[in-house]
Design a protein around this ligand. Sequence first.
Ligand code: NDP
Ligand SMILES: O=C(O)C1=N[C@H](C(=O)O)C[C@H](O)C1
Length: 257
Amino acid sequence: MTDEQEKGAAEQIRVGVLGARGRMGVEVCKAVDAATDMELVAMVDQGDWLFNASDAGAEVMVDFTTPDVVMDNLHWCIDQGISAVVGTTGFTEQRLERVRGWLDRKPGVGVVIAPNFGIGAVLMMQFAARAARHFESVEIIEQHHPRKLDAPSGTAAHTARLIAAARAEAGLGPAPDATKDEVAGARGADIDGVRVHAVRATGLVAHQEVLFGTTGETLTIRHDSYDRVSFMPGVLLAVRAVRNRPGLTLGLDALLD
Ligand SMILES: NC(=O)C1=CN([C@@H]2O[C@H](COP(=O)(O)OP(=O)(O)OC[C@H]3O[C@@H](n4cnc5c(N)ncnc54)[C@H](OP(=O)(O)O)[C@@H]3O)[C@@H](O)[C@H]2O)C=CC1
Ligand SMILES: O=C(O)C1=N[C@H](C(=O)O)C[C@H](O)C1
């Protein structure tokens, strides 16, 4: 059976992509197109008519756009009864609350929002959360390509919050630090008490190190995405799962268990 015949034989998920001409969007379109259980029915980018996607019968929309536009896109998808898989960054607790409110009015719709769809990155975050209670010091260093619009990365912010929660649960106080901040920013951003440093350089894709320290030892947990194909297995996993998970699913963790 050819790929095309195989695609026709099985029931396919009708998928639309928002941000289809972007770095991630292009990869997602290729991955969906190559998946035998999916049909790419809409490619929407800046300036395109969103209703192209509903007219085309999209059942799941994948969003890799920008933090400025993702909320409007997501609101539209939920209103239309279309489930969504979202990789775009910028999701604060307030934003998540708004999404939950929209979903309450559309009980059948599912939304998966994940700061990172790389399986290795998800494991890196889980390992970091597990290690957090055993070390008095921790710093996060994220490294990305220079065309990235936001800093720190969504992954770094999420990791910092996981670590902060684990430290609080273990009763750990602030990490020791006698530095006087003589140059603003030299010690990075403070996210819930965890220092986060953002590096931008040509040649990088998406990388993160979590550095833990305690008396006489350090532990470094590092993940590298060298190519955006690394995110695709996670994106496809979420596309397959989202319609069976009404409401909001945060992170890929729940889908990997
Ligand atoms: N969760 C994860 O695993 C990952 C998340 N990301 C995140 O995904 C997002 C996109 O990253 P990346 O692909 O590198 O960024 P790009 O800038 O390459 O792509 C974004 C695309 O969205 C388009 N766009 C802008 N506004 C709209 C709109 N209203 N409707 C539809 N499309 C629109 C942009 O068009 P134009 O350029 O004309 O403005 C652009 O083509 C970022 O937030 C990034 O951090 C990235 C990698 C992995
Ligand atoms: O913009 C990117 O490239 C990436 N964005 C996500 C983030 O901000 O965490 C995920 C990954 O780091 C790549």
